[in-house]
Design a protein around this ligand. Structure first.
Ligand code: C5P
Length: 396
């Protein structure tokens, strides 16, 4: 795992979202990160250093004048062995301080004296967030290359609703994870299709495929974490869009085809994970079909094969297909790769992969077979991204 043995300094400033930093510490330490916590005086009013010490397993630092640091250089030393400083929650006051280089307590001094990158997870009332001064701070921070995780919009502890909510701990942990991913696809534009498609029979019935979209969404996230500019064309699924990914929702195979035709023009890579319906109903009923007439016959016509169409373009992007088979996996996957003229295909057993969080994938390309092993779909997606990044044509 990329997070194993990474060293993060977690700064906590004064805000009600400070209680979420306890969960963030748990998530990071569980993923193998060594977390050192530094709190402002105001943060200790919201959550105690004892709590953070128990969760991080390390001394918690709060004071610029801490007598335990022999040479009084805590403000420098505490961040020297760190790979990243994450401040969550970052208050409006703290953002303003960092933006202007103020250093009047341990955490702000550490930030000014840092050598490693800094990520802020802002958390504040909507009016504080929208205040012109905060927005000026934000611009300065961006210009200085400070990374921002959130904020999000929604209910606030003060009872108001709007922008300024801190991201959930799992989302901040995902941003940290993303930060540590190698940027193998930097500058590349990646188009991904995911999920099933739905072909209407009548206004209340559809023909569809069993597909949760989990693999496609994991692939989109892995590509984005690898630095790519990602567009995700998704059929109907109940999944959150990975942050930083441009999502286009579609329903039918034809809608997916239209969306792909447009987006593929600028794509360097096309990864077709969607379980596209091979057929659509020829004479779709405009009203609900009534039962009671014995049986029902549907006339089906074939849908376009989106991936084959993209792979046959005069200058196709690097195309990756997915094959979900219930038997003869290797043979069918290899045949499919050749038939669709794909440089790379990822094969998995349908009965193992469908709807599950884990899967087992084998890649096939001109060089042969490459088993990626079994594991969570995000882990497999990262391995797929690594493999395809190595196979992409080098920049001229
Ligand atoms: O359905 P099949 O096994 O042929 O799917 C193999 C690959 O082709 C998958 O990557 C799938 O996304 C793609 N496909 C497509 N359009 C179709 C059918 C499949 O793009 N109509």
């Amino acid at each position: 795992m990329t997070l194993k043995d990474k060293r993060v300094l977690l700064g906590i400033t004064g805000g009600i979202a400070a209680y979420k930093s306890a969960e963030l510490t748990r998530l990071l330490t569980r993923a193998g990160v060594e977390v050192r916590v530094v709190m402002t005086e105001a943060a200790t009013r919201f959550i105690t250093p004892v709590t953070m010490q128990a969760l991080s397993g390390q001394t918690v630092w709060t004071d610029l004048w801490d007598a335990r640091v022999p040479d009084n250089m805590g403000h420098i030393e505490l961040s020297r062995d760190r790979d990243l400083i994450v401040v969550a929650p970052a208050s409006a006051d703290f953002m303003a301080k960092v933006a202007h280089g103020l250093a009047d307590d341990l955490l702000s001094t550490l930030c000014v004296a840092r050598r490693c990158p800094l990520m802020l997870a802002p958390a504040m009332n909507v009016e504080m967030w929208e205040n012109a001064a905060t927005q000026r701070s934000l611009q300065l921070l961006r210009d200085d290359g400070v990374l921002l995780a959130g904020p999000a919009a929604g209910d606030q502890a003060c009872g108001e609703i709007g922008m300024g909510r801190m991201l959930e701990p799992a989302q901040i942990a995902a941003e940290v994870d993303n930060f540590f991913q190698p940027k193998l696809l930097a500058g590349k534009r990646v188009l991904v299709t995911a999920g099933p498609t739905e072909e209407p029979i009548d206004p209340v019935r559809v023909l569809t495929n069993v597909s949760s979209g989990k693999m496609g969404f994991a692939v989109a996230r892995a590509a984005r974490d690898a630095g790519a500019d990602v567009t995700l064309v998704s059929g109907p699924v109940a999944l959150a869009t990975p942050s930083g990914v441009a999502r286009i929702d579609v329903r039918t195979a034809e809608e997916m085809f239209e969306a792909v035709k447009k987006a593929v023009k600028s794509a360097d890579v096309f990864i077709s994970v969607a379980a596209v319906s091979d057929y659509r109903v020829k004479n779709r009923a405009s009203q609900k079909i009534k039962k009671g007439n014995g049986g029902l016959s549907l006339e089906l016509e074939e849908n376009p094969d989106i991936l084959s169409w993209v792979a046959a373009l005069p200058k196709p992007p690097y195309c990756v297909g997915f094959a979900a088979e219930s038997e003869n996996l290797a043979q069918y996957a290899k045949e499919k790769r050749l038939k669709k003229r794909l440089p790379l295909i990822a094969a998995n057993l349908a009965q193992e992969a469908l709807g599950a969080d884990d899967s087992a994938i084998t890649l096939y390309d001109d060089r042969g077979e490459h088993p990626l092993g079994r594991g969570p779909k995000l882990q497999l997606a990262r391995k797929l991204v690594e493999h395809l990044a190595g196979a992409l044509p080098q920049k001229k």
